[in-house]
Design a protein around this ligand. Structure first.
Ligand SMILES: [Zn+2]
Ligand SMILES: [Zn+2]
Ligand SMILES: [Zn+2]
Ligand SMILES: [Zn+2]
Length: 496
């Protein structure tokens, strides 16, 4: 383990622009793994614990990404023709092409002689984040070496492949070593692959290393959460729950709503460790049954959960009839449900998907299962984007119902504050306000109607009284009328 004291010194240098006089954290020995961040005092839910800035940041340039963004300001460019005219092989906007950062990047990459500098190449653009490590000062580079790195067989592939895109790529072993190490640190503790750059639904599209964040250990029920300042890419880490003094401050490397087995595999393969947190040690996941499936016995309505935790292929047990199932059998159910729900999600009709989730999917997959939760979150997101085929009433009811459902799961899991919770609570509040407003408007309409009816009745009464008075007046003004004379009897002769 690298000395916590040296790490702290280097972190202090890195964080100098934000230096907090009384930081709520310190680097210490962790019970989870190696070294971690400890609370130096009690921290209230929602309080900012620290701000971190990227030591390295650049475009992620994944194969699926479009390459039309500036390599300095990271802003989108109108197309991919904005390649540096000097021939370094990087896309850059005209403003940034004059900046010091590009001058440094440009000198480095130009000296390596890119094969086709005028064409945007994802391998070169992606390498930039790593190559920038070569231009860091000694303390900054030491800080990279202080961070955990999973030095598996694959971490050398990237630089080796990138070398083929240049005519004079350096052959110096030290340069290779620094870049390979940076790749490993980015993969272990940074924001790198699509799958691990999203924390509770927040997309982070860059490849970046936040050193203080990188020191935090993982827990599947993290007690902190993070957001980014849009313009500066500064990371803000807040307490998700009240954190007592001396407790470790944790984050999560996985999505919040992934089942035990999927999280286990992800952490094992991508991050190289087995999580032993309270959620991972509980097959029911705190009674939230996120990976729960239905019993294969059609006469039993019990939920089936893994028998033990921490295994990639566990056996399963029905909680009601105790029937055992194999991993393969239960994965078949899970895959069937995922396939069926995804097919509806891809059908373009949001109404079809909502109806399916409300009426059908519960027949073969419990509502607690993460596939259903994910589908509900995607419905909420699509409703937020508009242009969907849902009536206003269905949209309103769905927003209310699904955000309550997901918040309930979060509560069950013991998840505190997070970006997704804030978004759901906002949605719920807005929807409840809209509903209250609609009810108030309806009540006001009714009140006005009743008022008008009362006025009309009043007017009717007044009219009747006036008519009555008029008749009385008429009667008083007219001369006394004699009793009408009896009609003369018809002459008998006339009818004859
Ligand atoms: Zn720019
Ligand atoms: Zn250039
Ligand atoms: Zn865990
Ligand atoms: Zn059963």
């Amino acid at each position: 383990m690298i000395c916590p004291k040296r790490t702290s010194e280097l972190l202090d240098l890195h964080l100098a622009p934000f230096k907090d006089k009384d930081p709520a954290w310190e680097v210490g020995v962790s019970k989870i793994a190696g070294r971690g961040l400890m609370a130096t005092r009690s921290i209230k839910r929602g309080e900012i614990i620290f701000k971190d800035m990227p030591l390295l940041i650049s475009l992620s340039a994944h194969e699926e990404d479009s390459l039309n963004a500036c390599s300095v300001c990271l802003r989108e460019l109108p197309d991919t023709r904005f390649m540096c005219r000097i021939g370094c092989g990087l896309p850059v906007c005209s403003l940034c092409s004059k900046k010091k950062q590009h001058k440094t990047d440009c000198d480095l990459l130009k000296s390596w002689g890119p094969n086709e500098p005028e064409v945007a190449n994802s391998v070169i653009i992606r390498l930039l984040c790593v190559a920038r490590a070569l231009n860091l000062n000694k303390d900054q580079r030491d800080l990279i070496y202080c961070l955990q790195a999973n030095l598996d067989n694959n971490h050398r592939v990237e630089v080796r492949n990138a070398a083929k895109c240049f005519k004079n790529f350096p052959t110096d072993k030290k340069i290779f070593e620094i870049m390979n190490r940076t790749v490993a640190v980015l993969r272990t503790n940074g924001f790198d692959k699509t799958t691990d750059r999203t924390n509770d639904n927040q997309e982070f599209n860059y490849r970046a290393l936040y050193p203080l964040f990188a020191v935090m250990n993982h827990d599947c029920i993290p007690n902190s959460y993070y957001t980014f300042e849009e313009k500066t890419n500064i990371m803000i880490v807040r307490a998700a729950v009240d954190i007592p003094e001396g407790f470790e401050i944790t984050t999560t490397y996985t999505k919040l709503f992934t089942g035990n087995i999927a999280r286990h595999l992800f952490l094992k393969i991508k991050r190289g460790f087995t999580c032993k947190c309270s959620r991972c040690s509980d097959p029911t996941e705190k009674g939230a049954y996120i990976s729960g499936l239905y019993c294969r016995d059609t006469n039993c309505s019990g939920l089936v959960v893994p028998e033990t935790t921490g295994l990639p292929h566990p056996s399963y047990n029905c909680l009601v009839c105790k029937q055992k199932s194999t991993h393969a059998q239960m994965m078949k159910s899970q895959d069937f449900a995922s396939g069926a729900i995804n097919a509806k999600a891809n059908s373009n009709s949001l109404r079809t998907l909502v109806q399916y989730l409300n009426e059908k999917s519960d027949n073969f997959i419990p509502n607690s299962n993460y596939v259903v939760i994910d589908a509900k979150l995607s419905v909420l997101q699509r409703l937020g984007e508009g242009r969907e085929d849902c009536s206003e009433e269905l949209a309103a009811n769905t927003r209310l119902r699904y955000s309550r459902d997901v918040i309930q799961v979060m509560d069950q899991l013991g998840l505190g504050e997070s970006l997704v919770r804030t978004q759901l609570q906002d949605l719920l509040r807005r929807e409840e306000e809209r509903r209250a407003k609609r009810l108030a408007e309806e009540a006001e309409k009714q009140r006005k109607l009743a008022e008008l009816q009362a006025k009309a009745a009043e007017a009717d009464k007044l009219l009747a009284a006036l008519e009555e008075a008029a008749r009385a007046e008429e009667a008083a003004a007219a001369p006394p009328v004699a009793a009408p004379a009896p009609a003369p009897a018809p002459a008998a002769t006339e009818t004859a």
